[in-house]
Design a protein around this ligand. Structure first.
Ligand code: MLT
Length: 264
């Protein structure tokens, strides 16, 4: 399905009925990374997966794709779908968007799942690297960045012994254009530090992380969990950064428990 929000054509999928749960994808992927969650959650609640601006079937914009702009796109999509409040599930970049969303529209959030993500802003060094990578994507093509991202997104175990998973993730990432990659890299580089927001989160929150996640390791997730009042924490075994793709059974079980805890 498709609609125009903030001048951007946004592509999304909407399955099931009941509590709205919006799935926000990682970089440089798109909503296809949520296939297993969409079909599972769609049987228990209303699961919506959106292509963030520039990615998948959504159109890109000029300049940096700010996390707050992506959050505004999601709020616009909620209005389009007549949804007042939703639970947001954000993985990595999707988590940055979920935190930006909570900062700007807390009254529209009934639950937060922060998966394989962080609340802190980039270090000066990381910011510089992102800006260089944005230029490389524009100069040399999206594939240079995609090739470098695959080993970060997956665990060693998956890289060595699960060629199906590697192929699947690569085929999703290969859909990203240089413009989408450059825009998101510049937007992530500009994101603000959300650490101060964590103690002010008032909705039910689940922090999830793959035990072998190297870009956003369990230690960082535990710190986020310790700062968010009343939050719960779940370690996903045998999974790297894309914990939902590497171990969908445990990820889905965590999501379902969380959704049920909001219903009953
Ligand atoms: C992601 O998976 O979305 C990226 O690792 C986020 C980032 O580059 O910070």
């Amino acid at each position: 399905m498709n609609t125009t929000i903030n001048g951007i054509s946004l592509e999304y999928e909407d399955r099931g009925r009941g509590l709205p749960v919006i799935l926000l994808h990682a970089f440089p992927l798109n909503r296809r990374m949520w296939e297993e969650q969409l079909s599972f959650l769609g049987g228990h609640c209303r699961a919506i997966a959106v292509d963030l601006r520039g990615f998948g079937g959504s159109s890109s914009s000029e300049g940096p794709s700010q996390m707050s702009q992506m959050a505004s796109d999601v709020r616009g999509l909620m209005s389009h779908l007549s949804i007042d409040r939703a639970a947001l599930v954000g993985l990595s970049m999707g988590g940055y968007v979920a935190l930006a969303f909570y900062r700007n529209y807390p009254e529209s959030v009934c639950g937060l799942v922060l998966a394989d993500t962080r609340a802190t802003a980039d270090t000066e060094e990381a910011r510089e690297r992102r800006l260089q990578n944005a230029e490389r994507a524009e100069r040399e093509g999206a594939h240079v960045i995609v090739d470098e991202m695959i080993p970060l997104l997956l665990s060693h175990r998956a890289l060595e012994s699960r060629p199906d998973v590697v192929r699947h993730v690569r085929s999703i990432a290969a859909q990203a254009s240089a413009a989408a990659i450059a825009g998101a890299l510049r937007g992530m580089a500009q994101r603000v530090d959300s650490s101060g927001l964590l103690p002010r989160i008032e909705c039910p929150t689940l922090v999830l992380v793959g035990e072998n996640d190297s870009p956003t390791p369990p230690k960082e997730a535990e710190v986020m969990h310790s700062l968010i009042p009343g939050s719960t924490f779940r370690l996903i075994r045998n999974a790297g950064h894309l914990s939902n793709v590497e171990n969908p059974e445990e990820f889905n079980a965590g999501l379902l428990e969380f959704v049920n805890s909001m219903l009953f």
